[in-house]
Ligand binder design. Structure first.
Ligand code: CP
Length: 306
């Protein structure tokens, strides 16, 4: 809570009970008829401010809001006065005066919290740099809950870019409340930041650090794959060393994991999940993205105290 309003900036700010409350709210909204939903945010204006590219987060927030009867105020950096040198804070002040809630994505860590400190309207973080992506985390948890019936005591592997991947950073902050057994699988140059491992140590979470997923594959309930985040590498040559380091396909998954293991990915993927897995019983990444609608609806409703 910043300036007396309900922002959603970091999973650090949530208790287990608050996380479960949002999942329950999403479930309740999902069960409503289309007509009932249309009245929930009637007359409200949602501003979407994306300083970085997005397909899922931007479009699903917009779709989620429209399905609740709200209108969208589209902010586009290319055609705004940011191009004339207007400051970030002044831009937020303007947008808050034209809207009821702001969804923001920004390449810099901490930008969403700064926006929330300036704005008197709730700010929802749609991803800030390598830091946090709470709406992704909540839809990830919603997907796991739907598929596994619980968030407790699950064996979960995070594979790929654990250094720059904000979806992983955000999700482990939430999972620490639910007694997971975590396997962090990455090349050493893309390992989890130490401050996040320290956080897990403080919470008493069991985790293993691996360079290959073959050793843990047969124990997993959830295989969470991530893209190597090319756009965050300061040196393109470093990216070339690790691109394509992990690729999963039918050949290295089928018959080697639990029957009910699910594969998740925040998307977009590049080549780390072969399309031959898309039609297997393990694939959940497209359902996961679809779960962004009820979760983002629940987030907006709670931020508007509705
Ligand atoms: N998962 C995710 O954040 O996707 P977009 O970058 O397309 O929003």
């Amino acid at each position: 809570m910043i300036n007396g309003k309900k922002d959603i900036i970091s999973m650090n700010d949530f208790t287990a009970e608050e996380i479960l409350l949002i999942l329950k709210k999403a479930e309740a909204i999902e069960k409503m008829s289309d007509e009932e939903k249309l009245s929930l945010m009637h007359g409200k204006i949602v501003a979407t401010m994306f300083y970085e590219p997005s397909t899922r987060t931007k479009l699903s927030f917009e779709s989620a809001a429209m399905r609740l009867g709200a209108n969208i105020l589209y902010f586009d950096t290319e055609h705004s006065s940011v191009k004339k040198g207007e400051s970030f804070s002044d831009t937020i002040r303007m947008v808050e005066s034209y809207s009821d809630i702001i969804v923001i994505r920004h390449p810099l860590d901490g930008a969403a919290r700064l926006a929330a400190s300036v704005s008197h309207k709730p700010v929802l973080n749609g991803g800030d740099g390598s830091n946090q992506h709470p709406s992704q985390t909540l839809l990830d948890l919603y997907t796991i809950m739907k598929e596994k019936g619980t968030l407790e005591n699950l064996h979960i592997a995070f594979t790929g870019d654990l250094k720059y991947g904000r979806t992983v950073h955000s999700l482990v902050k939430a999972l620490k409340h639910f007694h997971p057994i975590i396997y962090f699988v990455s090349p050493s140059m893309l390992s989890m930041p130490q401050y996040l491992l320290d956080d897990l140590d403080d919470a008493g979470v069991t985790y293993h650090i691996e360079e290959n997923f073959t050793g843990c594959l047969d124990k997993l309930d959830v295989f969470y794959m991530t893209r190597i985040q090319r756009e965050r590498f300061p040196d393109p040559e470093e990216y070339e060393k690790v691109k394509g380091v992990y690729i999963i396909n039918r050949g290295n998954i089928e018959g080697k994991c639990k029957d009910d293991m699910i594969i998740m990915h925040p998307l977009p993927r590049v080549n780390e999940i072969d399309v031959d897995l898309d039609t297997t019983k393990y694939a959940r990444y497209f359902e996961q993205a679809r779960n962004g609608i009820p979760i983002r609806q629940a987030m907006m409703m709670l931020s508007l105290e509705r």
